[in-house]
Design a protein around this ligand. Structure first.
Ligand SMILES: C[S@@+](CC[C@H](N)C(=O)[O-])C[C@H]1O[C@@H](n2cnc3c(N)ncnc32)[C@H](O)[C@@H]1O
Length: 230
């Protein structure tokens, strides 16, 4: 389970190639993580086509990422040869193949393509890779208030849907949706600094769709050397 190969096909066919930093990611990092002392390390889960990379490089932040698609990682290394040892091909629900301890972990709509059990496993691994009081920033985590939630077929658990043939989730495999309680449960060993739900409804031209997503900042409580909260 974990990473789904639909993403490999998606990148091979040239879709979902976002290359400009996501504005909410920039705003949240600038608002909630400054200052960035020398050696400040960030780990991105599922960097995709690398939209957020130019922002972190510009800020002189030591950037690492783990991404399931070998095709897109190869492209990224061509573009950013200096990141060759820092962008790993792998499944972040199974391992994070870096020795480093991170000040910040970011995820924009990546853990959200996994089922609950695997998201929980990934967060447990992350806790062993984050410094005490490190932050996790989640951007565009789909909400159960999103109009697409009811349209998908339930997959392995209530919050995980699949089988989309049309719309923004077509042909990408699993999509994970959260309500507030679910997010609090997933991040129960973190302190939630901020959690915002963003609702977007297009009025002109009128559209039935409601896009509902969560943005949040969670801070890791003190942990012991095994990553267990103390
Ligand atoms: C919706 S895309 C988001 C890409 C990027 N974060 C962005 O915002 O532009 C989700 C990405 O997460 C990756 N991904 C999803 N689950 C993964 C897993 N378990 N391990 C590694 N990569 C994963 C996919 O391959 C895909 O590139």
């Amino acid at each position: 389970m974990g990473w789904s190969k639909e993403w490999e096909d998606t990148y091979r066919t040239g879709s979902h190639l976002s290359i400009w930093p996501w504005s909410d990611m920039v705003s949240y990092v600038m608002r909630y993580c400054r200052p960035f002392p020398p050696g400040f390390k960030v780990l991105e889960l599922g960097c995709g086509a690398g939209a957020n990379i130019p922002f972190f490089l510009k800020m002189n932040i030591d950037y690492y990422a783990i991404e399931g698609s070998a095709t897109i990682v190869e492209r990224l290394i061509d573009t950013y040869p200096s990141l060759e040892s820092k962008i790993a091909v792998g499944d972040f629900t199974k391992e994070i193949p870096f020795e480093e301890q991170f000040d910040l972990v970011i995820d924009r709509a990546s853990l959200t393509t996994n089922r609950t059990k695997d998201i929980t496993a990934s967060i447990d691994i992350l806790k062993t890779k984050m410094k005490a009081n490190a932050k996790f920033i989640g951007i565009d985590w789909y909400s159960t208030d999103h109009s697409e939630f009811q349209k998908g077929e339930q997959a392995e658990d209530f919050y995980t849907r699949a089988g989309y043939k049309t719309g923004e989730f077509a042909d990408i495999g699993r999509v994970h949706f959260s309500d507030k309680e679910h997010l609090l449960q997933l991040f129960s060993s973190f302190e939630i600094v901020l959690m915002e739900q963003k609702l977007i409804k297009k009025e002109v031209p009128a559209d039935e769709k409601v896009s509902a997503t969560w943005n949040f900042v969670a801070e890791l409580k003190e942990t012991n050397e095994k990553g267990v909260s103390v």
